[in-house]
Design a protein around this ligand. Structure first.
Ligand code: FE2
Length: 281
C-alpha cells in the first residue's frame, strides 16, 4: 500500500519507487525459474536462428505475435555473428522471455499476484486490474540492447488511458548496467506513438511531434536495488541504455490496464476466450 506521500509523488512525477518490495528469496526463485526456461529453450526447434532474409523476418514477426498467450524466449539483436551463429552461450544471448508467464508458469504466477500488488494497483487508480503482459528482461552483460525512449501506452491503448507498468528490479540496476531513465512529470505530456496490429501486420506510427527527453532536458536515471518495484504511468517517457558492463541487469515487468476502460482492438496483444486476461488476485 502506498503512503500519502508516495501517492502524491506518483501523481506529480508519473512514477513511484518502492524499495524492498520483493524478498531476496522471491527474486532468487524467479531468476532460477527463468534460467530453467532458457535452458529448456531450443532455438533450432523454435525456428529462431536469425538470418537476414525476408522469410526469417516474417517468421520472427509471427513468433512474436503468437507469444501473447505463451512463454517464449527472444534473442538479443547483437547475439549473432555475421554467419548467424551465437557469439556467446545461449544463456547469455537471450534478450527476454514473454509474454504470458504470469498466467502459465507457477513460479511466475506466484510472483505476479497477491494482495500487496493488488493494493498498489488500487492506490494508483486501477479499479479492476488486468495483467496483459509479463516480460523477463535479461539486459545481458556486454550486449544488452538499448531500449529507445517510449511510452508504454503506445503498446497498450485504452480509453481512457489506464496502462500502468510494474517494473521489478531482480538485480541492482545502475548507470553501468543500463538502469531505467525517466522524465519526472513527463506523463502529463501527450502520447507520441501508437503501435498497432491489423491482422498479422504491426506498425508504429507517430501521432504527436513532442520531442523525447534527454539527460540534458530533465531525464533522470533510476538506480535501484534488487527487490525494488517501480510503478509508472503509461504516458511516462522512459528509456534504458545498452549494457556494456560485465554485470547483467535482470528485471521483470507487468503491463496492467483497468478493466473499467475499453481496450483498443488494434493493440497487438489480445487474449481469446480460452485464456481471458486476469487481475492480481
Ligand atoms: Fe516500456
Amino acid at each position: 500500500m502506498l503512503t500519502p506521500d508516495q501517492l502524491i509523488q506518483y501523481q506529480r512525477d508519473g512514477y513511484v519507487v518502492l524499495p524492498h518490495f520483493k524478498t531476496p528469496h522471491a527474486i532468487a526463485r524467479l531468476r532460477e525459474r527463468a534460467q530453467a526456461i532458457v535452458d529448456a529453450y531450443d532455438p533450432e526447434h523454435e525456428g529462431q536462428m536469425v538470418f537476414t532474409t525476408n522469410e526469417q523476418t516474417r517468421r520472427l514477426n509471427q513468433y512474436f505475435l503468437d507469444s501473447a498467450d505463451k512463454v517464449r524466449c527472444f534473442f538479443e539483436e547483437e547475439a549473432f555473428d555475421s554467419q548467424g551463429r551465437l557469439k556467446q552461450a545461449k544463456a547469455l544471448s537471450i534478450n527476454k522471455i514473454g509474454h504470458a508467464m504470469h498466467d502459465l508458469d507457477p513460479v511466475f504466477v506466484e510472483f505476479s499476484h497477491g494482495p500487496e500488488l493488488a493494493a498498489v494497483a488500487k492506490d494508483v487508480g486501477l479499479q479492476q486490474a488486468q495483467i496483459w503482459q509479463s516480460m523477463y528482461i535479461f539486459k545481458q552483460p556486454g550486449i544488452g540492447g538499448e531500449v529507445d525512449w517510449h511510452q508504454d501506452a503506445t503498446f497498450f491503448d485504452t480509453t481512457p488511458q489506464s496502462v500502468t507498468t510494474f517494473w521489478f528490479a531482480l538485480e541492482d540496476a545502475t548507470l553501468h548496467n543500463g538502469c531505467l531513465w525517466v522524465q519526472p512529470g513527463g506523463h502529463h505530456g501527450p502520447l507520441r506513438e501508437r503501435f498497432e496490429r491489423f491482422g498479422d501486420k504491426v506498425s508504429k506510427r507517430r501521432i504527436d511531434d513532442t520531442p523525447w527527453p534527454s539527460a540534458t532536458t530533465g531525464a533522470v536515471p533510476l538506480e535501484v536495488q534488487a527487490g525494488t518495484l517501480v510503478v509508472f504511468h503509461g504516458f511516462l517517457p522512459h528509456y534504458s541504455a545498452p549494457n556494456r558492463s560485465m554485470q547483467s541487469r535482470h528485471a521483470y515487468t507487468l503491463h496492467v490496464t483497468d478493466g473499467a476502460c475499453s481496450y483498443n482492438a488494434t493493440n497487438w496483444l489480445q487474449r481469446g476466450a480460452d485464456m481471458p486476461v486476469s487481475g492480481f488476485v
